[in-house]
Design a protein around this ligand. Structure first.
Ligand SMILES: [Fe+2]
Length: 299
């Protein structure tokens, strides 16, 4: 499935969609997407597509769907067939649902990590190009989708099977380390285009209140990461991981907690996956440097 899939959008459900507006607009630097067909939602985008993050009202306080766009002739049918053949029956999306998602066609199934997973075709463009004074260099999305999403799950092996056999993603590498005595962290990273990972899965020791750990937006300019960090800092939001550089994908980034709890990573400069990828190996540290929790100066 090389180069034929891209992260199209993530749907998030929170009781009050407006509660995330200052976060997405003024901290991350997204702009409003096209109005949704279904009422009560707010949409956001980091490029010229109609929407990339949809925030709908409801109790879940978590990601409720994720969309992968199948690009290129026959890719949509091939992926729908692949899901069926590997044990994940798909349901055809109705015209109103396709209109809501701004796509021409859609099939859906539920991933073992519990989030509805949609494969779509022809995600529409927005009426206006992306432009924000907060992110003058814009975001890296062309050919690689809007970013990446990371989910935590107790159904780790089943989820790996779904990602690789069902969706046809390829494992980029994995992280296995002891984060405290007797507590192992295991994360697997998957690609479906040049982005180092479009999806990552973390092995959860028990069911967590949120399945969505974070979504990542990659800026074209390194300085735009620093500016986003300043906005997050000035907004007083929790910053669980300050600026740092990941060991595996090499990304320079930080993580800020959204008001809904899930994190957003803003980064720049991750390595690209090449066609003959031979770096699928274990890493034993998250970061080459940084990504420390920030602490205030002593009073
Ligand atoms: Fe990430």
């Amino acid at each position: 499935m090389w180069h034929q899939l891209q992260l199209a959008y993530v749907g998030i459900e929170v009781p009050d969609p407006g509660s995330l507006t200052p976060f997405f607009a003024e901290v991350v630097g997204l702009v409003a997407g096209d109005p949704p067909a279904l009422g009560g939602s707010l949409t956001w985008r980091n490029d010229d597509k109609a929407h990339r993050v949809v925030v709908r009202p409801g109790p879940a306080n978590d990601a409720v769907y994720v969309g992968f766009e199948a690009a290129g002739g026959g890719a949509f049918e091939a992926l729908a067939g692949r899901l069926e053949a590997s044990g994940y029956p798909v349901e055809e999306g109705s015209p109103p649902l396709c209109a809501d998602r701004r796509v021409s066609r859609l099939v859906s199934t539920t991933a073992p990590w519990g989030v509805r997973t949609e494969v779509v075709e022809d995600l529409l463009s927005a009426a206006e190009p992306y432009s924000s004074p907060l992110v003058p260099g814009g975001f890296l999305t062309s050919g690689v989708g809007f970013g990446h999403a990371v989910f935590a799950t107790t159904a780790f092996e089943e989820s790996h099977h779904f990602a690789t056999e069902g969706l046809g993603l390829e494992q980029s590498d994995w992280l296995e380390m002891e984060i405290a005595e007797g507590i192992e962290l295991e994360v697997r990273f998957y690609h479906c285009n040049e982005r180092h990972h479009t999806l990552a899965l973390a092995k959860a020791p028990f069911d967590l209140p949120q399945t969505l750990h974070h979504i990542m937006f990659e800026t074209n300019s390194r300085d735009d990461v620093g500016a986003a960090f300043d906005r997050a800092w000035n907004a007083g939001l929790p910053i669980p991981n300050g600026l740092g550089r990941h060991d595996n994908d090499g990304m320079f980034s930080f993580y800020v907690a959204s008001p809904a709890g899930f994190l957003v990573e803003v980064g720049h400069g991750a390595k690209l996956v090449t066609e003959h990828w031979d770096e699928n190996r274990r890493y034993d540290r998250i970061s080459a440097w940084g990504h420390q929790p920030l602490r205030p100066a002593a009073a």
